[in-house]
Design a protein around this ligand. Structure first.
Ligand code: KIV
Length: 269
């Protein structure tokens, strides 16, 4: 069974890999490729649920997708994201929501978009046996305050981020996602912390990298400037769907090998 200790041990030895997944077949492909961690991100809001932000994503949606991903995975560490307003205002409900991901859905850890309001929660969850991945920089659950802009670009913001990173490490976080921050700030934070940093749009000096699976395989119509498309799944799906339509319309599908005839029924029909 994968543990956060394995992830911590890998830091500094070899780059840590993480991708999102939101369903069992995708998780199986990611796991078979020996990706270290699978994040069931609240990015599912945009990536698969048809919302235009992550804010509407519910605990039930993350739970259901986390269960599906866990069932498709053998080796990777599964991290469930805590969605908007499922933590941060009442410790009991935050612990229940996080605990549910491990108790009922097979996650190994939770990720929390972090700030000064999540330090105590990180400590409580860690003590209870729920490993926490912290997340600083661009935190899309704060879109109404910060938009999707790059973060940590002034000295004051950078100092504040480093301070929060240290406080989450002290509180017990096992790793830290840094999203859309300058590469030199990510390098400094990585150097200052013992826990691994996982970057997205944070340059090459973090201990690991994470991307949204849709951006990675080329499924979405749009992807952020810091993502790289390694495939063209959308193009392949478009070709397959159009070929299916054409063959149904022309009568070419289903062919003899896709049908079966029951001789005994010859007299009936
Ligand atoms: O929800 C998500 O997928 C994330 C990653 C982009 C880090 O938070």
């Amino acid at each position: 069974m994968p543990t956060v200790r394995d992830i911590r041990a890998k830091a500094g030895e070899a780059p840590i890999t993480m991708l999102t997944a939101y369903d069992a077949p995708t998780a199986e492909i990611v796991d078979d490729a020996d990706i270290d961690m699978i994040l069931v991100g609240d990015s599912m809001g945009n990536a698969v649920l048809g919302y235009d932000s992550t804010l509407p994503v519910t605990v039930d949606e993350v739970a259901s997708r986390t269960g599906a991903v866990s069932r498709g995975v053998e080796d990777a560490l599964v991290v469930a994201d805590l969605p908007f307003l499922s933590f941060g205002f009442d410790e009991n409900s935050a612990v229940e929501n996080a605990g549910r991901m491990l108790k009922e859905e097979g996650a190994n850890a939770v990720k929390i978009e972090s700030g000064s309001h999540t330090i105590e929660l990180t400590e409580t969850l860690t003590q209870l046996g729920v490993p926490v991945m912290a997340h600083l920089g661009l935190t899309p659950q704060h879109v109404n305050q910060s938009g999707y802009a790059r973060q940590g670009t002034s000295q004051e913001e950078a100092d504040e981020m480093l301070d929060l990173a240290r406080k989450h490490e002290e509180a017990g976080a096992f790793s830290l996602v840094l999203e859309h921050v300058p590469a030199n700030l990510a390098a400094t934070i990585t150097e200052e912390l013992d826990i691994p940093t996982i970057g997205i749009g944070a340059g090459p000096h973090t201990d690991g990298q994470v991307l949204v699976i849709n951006d990675t395989v080329g499924l979405g119509e749009w992807s952020p400037s810091f993502a790289k498309q390694f495939g063209d799944v959308r193009g392949e799906m478009e070709r397959a769907v159009a070929a299916y339509r054409d063959e149904v319309e022309s009568g070419e599908f289903p062919a003899r090998e896709h049908s079966h005839v029951e001789e005994e029924l010859d007299g009936v029909y």
